[in-house]
Design a protein around this ligand. Structure first.
Ligand SMILES: Nc1ncnc2c1ncn2[C@@H]1O[C@H](CO)[C@@H](O)[C@H]1OP(=O)(O)O
Ligand SMILES: [Mg+2]
Ligand SMILES: [Mg+2]
Length: 272
């Protein structure tokens, strides 16, 4: 099933990159894009998994956008971002990933991020390590943020207050100074870069659970840590995350972040 799904998705994304990168609609803002490929890939994944595991539950980015609930319960749940980096996809900017996390009792058991254009399959199983195309991954051993590269994104929220806080945090981090700041345009790819050891840490406020479910396990299984932007335990529904190579860097980033709290992914829908 998995090999077949992988071949179909790979083909679907590559063909669409060549022939059909049209924006179909927008979601939370005018720059939160959806294409037909986002929907087709998500439907394919859900259909394939349902055939084998009919009782399992799903949190899929495009299903939630269509009104499905976003509840993470103790039931086995697949958390899917069919295209992480849709803006990249539309522009053929080469970081486009499919992200699938699988949780039981609210704990991630395995995570897969497929970076389509690099043909890199990142996989992690709880307690069994993280891999890229079968090669084991290890986070960076750097302890000094001034010798680090930090990844972050601006997401799709352009409200003034959020932007001011994001820039204020970024300014402080740049001026530590760090050696570099990077944005792959895909939360999942940023987390794979942390797991691979080429970026020391990634932080963002505004991500969704489907952006980071699989990546979170990749980072921890590669030896890294997850932390809330205020320093507590990360909550995947809170839309805030620091994923770092070690606690020293994560705690250093906490000091520089002007935090805020977007509406949680599992917040009740407003009454009509
Ligand atoms: N205009 C935009 N620019 C960058 N990321 C965006 C974006 N709109 C939505 N996002 C989403 O925000 C995430 C975190 O930065 C990205 O991985 C991306 O996931 P998406 O492509 O699945 O929507
Ligand atoms: Mg995403
Ligand atoms: Mg997506």
């Amino acid at each position: 099933m998995y090999v077949c799904m992988y071949v179909c998705i790979d083909q679907m994304v590559r063909e669409a990159l060549r022939d059909d990168r049209k924006v179909m609609m927008t979601k939370s803002s005018s720059i939160d894009l959806v294409t037909q490929t986002d929907q087709k890939v998500e439907q394919l994944i859900i259909k394939s998994v349902k055939e084998k595991f009919p009782t399992h539950r799903f949190i899929g980015e495009e299903s939630v956008a269509a009104g499905e609930p976003c509840d993470l319960t103790d039931f086995p749940t697949w958390i899917i971002d069919p295209i992480d980096g849709t803006t990249n996809f539309v522009h053929a900017f080469p970081f486009v990933a499919v992200s699938i996390g699988f949780c039981v009792n609210k704990q991630c058991e395995f995570g897969v991020v497929y970076s389509c254009l690099q043909d890199q399959m990142f996989t992690a199983r709880r307690g069994r390590g993280a891999f890229c195309n079968g090669e084991p991954l290890q986070v960076s051993t750097e302890e000094d943020i001034s010798r680090s590269i930090i990844a972050t994104e601006f997401g799709s929220n352009r409200e003034t207050e959020a932007i001011d806080r994001m820039f204020s945090s970024l300014r402080k981090i740049v001026c530590i100074p760090v050696q570099g700041v990077r944005s792959a345009g895909s939360a999942a790819v940023n987390m794979c870069l942390v797991a691979s050891g080429c970026v020391e840490a990634y932080y963002e406020i505004g991500i969704h659970v489907w952006d980071v479910a699989a990546g979170s396990l990749l980072v921890t299984e590669a030896g890294g840590v997850l932390m809330d932007v205020e320093g507590g335990v990360v909550d995947l529904m809170s839309r805030r995350i620091i994923a770092a190579n070690n606690r020293t860097l994560a705690e250093r980033i906490v000091k520089e972040i002007d935090s805020f709290s977007p509406t949680r992914d599992d917040a009740p829908l407003p009454k009509q």
